[in-house]
Design a protein around this ligand. Sequence first.
Ligand SMILES: O=C(O)c1ccccc1N[C@@H]1O[C@H](COP(=O)(O)O)[C@@H](O)[C@H]1O
Length: 225
Amino acid sequence: MNSAHQPSTNNQQPKLKVCGLTKLDQIQELISLDVDFMGFIFYEKSSRYALDHLSLKEIAEVPHFKKVGVFVNENLEKIIEISGKAGLNFIQLHGDETSEYIAELTKQLNQEIKIIKVIRIGNQTSDELQKTINHQPSTVNYLLFDTDSKAFGGTGQTFDWNILNNIDIPIPYFLSGGISLENVHQLSTINHQPTVLDINSKFETEPGIKDLKRIKIFKNLISNI
Ligand SMILES: O=C(O)c1ccccc1N[C@@H]1O[C@H](COP(=O)(O)O)[C@@H](O)[C@H]1O
């Protein structure tokens, strides 16, 4: 990754990703709402594991061109197989995937599929975080910042967004981790705005069941940012 890249403020209106989808009728409604990215979790330990509710064929037939598959330390063959059968457009690597792993995945993956690498933020310093960012391979298309946890993600916990003001983020990024109707106004404290806001557990009535009313309100709120 080119660390000499100048930071940009990205004043564009953020796009929206809704993650942890498990129900076809809800997916249809979200498509009608023009949600930009649809997230499916392919991590068996998640309470939002897509394949407990949907088949790969059903996901492939979802008429949307920004379908994101979320994987945690998964073996490469499985990612290649699922991404092909489910017609994924983005792979979100939410575990501890190394540069070597990402390089190998990029070689084997359909070249049209984009890679989102998650960086989980815990108690690292901004210098440590910057190093992690700078060491990502150039084949990573987007970063995603989420709160660190033993469960890897989907906890509804936020991290201190201030740390993003102390680092250079050289490529577009997704912001996630407990984003809600209650805290979205604090986005204005971030200098370099995220390209995509990734919402999940704070917009659910139970894991995998989305609260569409709240998502509509959120979408309206961010379209006025
Ligand atoms: O949602 C999950 O169950 C999950 C499990 C393992 C890895 C990632 C997971 N979801 C991702 O977590 C973030 C933040 O979610 P939340 O808003 O804090 O609930 C989001 O990127 C999901 O893609």
